[in-house]
Design a protein. Structure first.
Length: 307
């Protein structure tokens, strides 16, 4: 069944200034809900897009329905969806560092939108309060949410030291699996964008390589990401616009530049979505992706999905 796709996300100027970002990557730290989470220092400035450029980008990726408005209440005059393939393409929405304040809203949005999502959890956070434990239980009891391993201590945000002892690091992941009753033996290494499964391996920083090797030898699959919705400092709000992230996903799929063709993994963090504005941004992104006739949401346990 064909779906009309209408993503008129920009018609004015887009300007994003360089911000210090909060993420799982190695760098400084910021306190959130009494939980210290690693940050990086900055991102490259995103050039302003003039109106003509934006309109071309919209026409390249979208289909318009005359007389109707997109989810962001703009109209695009395009006659048909311009896509280079009708094959299914799979999107993995992944959320790191839960349970945190924000996890409960992610859980509710996934339920309301009826989509599959992926939560990479930290055992230490679950033990910090009854409230955070309830958010963990909501994830575990929601069939739309798959829960995976993001280590017990998040390396205490001392990543180089953590990975200098692969056996100790492995034990931290093993502890997290047992403490949180995780079922799928899928991990994401804190502070590292490392892929290692089915004899496929990509290492972003060598200091995590030995830990990834040991996890693989013990039956774990390490999962990285293709693109990231970054978190601003000190606001914690998503930095990039919905349309920017949509285009990143769409371009990866169209150009075949993701780790696995026709599969794109998006990294986010639970505490990005504490405010109504941020929750609406997440909802708008999901609505945009759902309108595309070839996009499907998937669980990481099925990665990479084929046609």
């Amino acid at each position: 069944m064909k779906k009309a796709f209408n993503l008129g996300l920009f018609l004015g100027l887009l300007s994003v200034t360089s911000l210090a970002l909060q993420s799982c990557n190695e760098g400084g730290s910021k306190k959130t809900d009494s939980v210290t989470i690693g940050t990086v220092d900055s991102i490259d400035d995103i050039d302003d897009l003039n109106k003509d450029t934006v309109e071309k980008e919209i026409k390249k990726d979208t289909i318009a329905v005359k007389g109707k408005k997109s989810i962001l209440h703009h109209e695009v005059d395009t006659a048909k969806l311009l896509t280079d393939s009708v094959s299914p393409r799979y999107i993995y929405l992944t959320f790191d560092d839960g349970p945190l304040n924000g996890s409960q809203f992610i859980d509710s949005i996934a339920t309301a939108k009826n989509i599959k999502i992926n939560a990479f959890l930290i055992g230490k956070h679950d033990r910090m309060s009854k409230g955070l434990h309830k958010y963990y239980e909501r994830y575990m009891n929601n069939p739309l949410v798959d829960c995976y391993n993001h280590s017990y201590n998040h390396a205490n945000n001392k990543f180089t030291y953590f990975y200098s002892n692969a056996e100790s690091a492995y034990e931290d992941f093993d502890k997290n699996e047992k403490e949180l009753n995780l079922k799928h033996k899928i991990v994401r290494l804190p502070g590292r964008n490392i892929w290692y499964f089915a004899d496929r391996k990509r290492i972003d920083m060598q200091s995590g390589s030995s830990t990834a090797d040991l996890l693989y030898q013990n039956g774990y699959r390490s999962m990285g990401w293709d693109c990231e919705w970054k978190k601003g400092k000190p606001s914690g709000m998503p930095v990039e616009s919905v349309s920017f992230i949509y285009r990143q996903i769409n371009n990866r799929l169209r150009n075949g530049t993701s780790f696995s063709k026709n599969n794109v993994v998006l990294l986010m963090h639970d505490d990005m979505f504490q405010t109504r504005k941020a929750q609406k941004m997440l909802s708008d992104l999901i609505d945009s992706l759902k309108l595309h006739p070839n996009y499907e949401f998937a669980h990481m346990r099925d990665y990479p999905k084929q046609k």
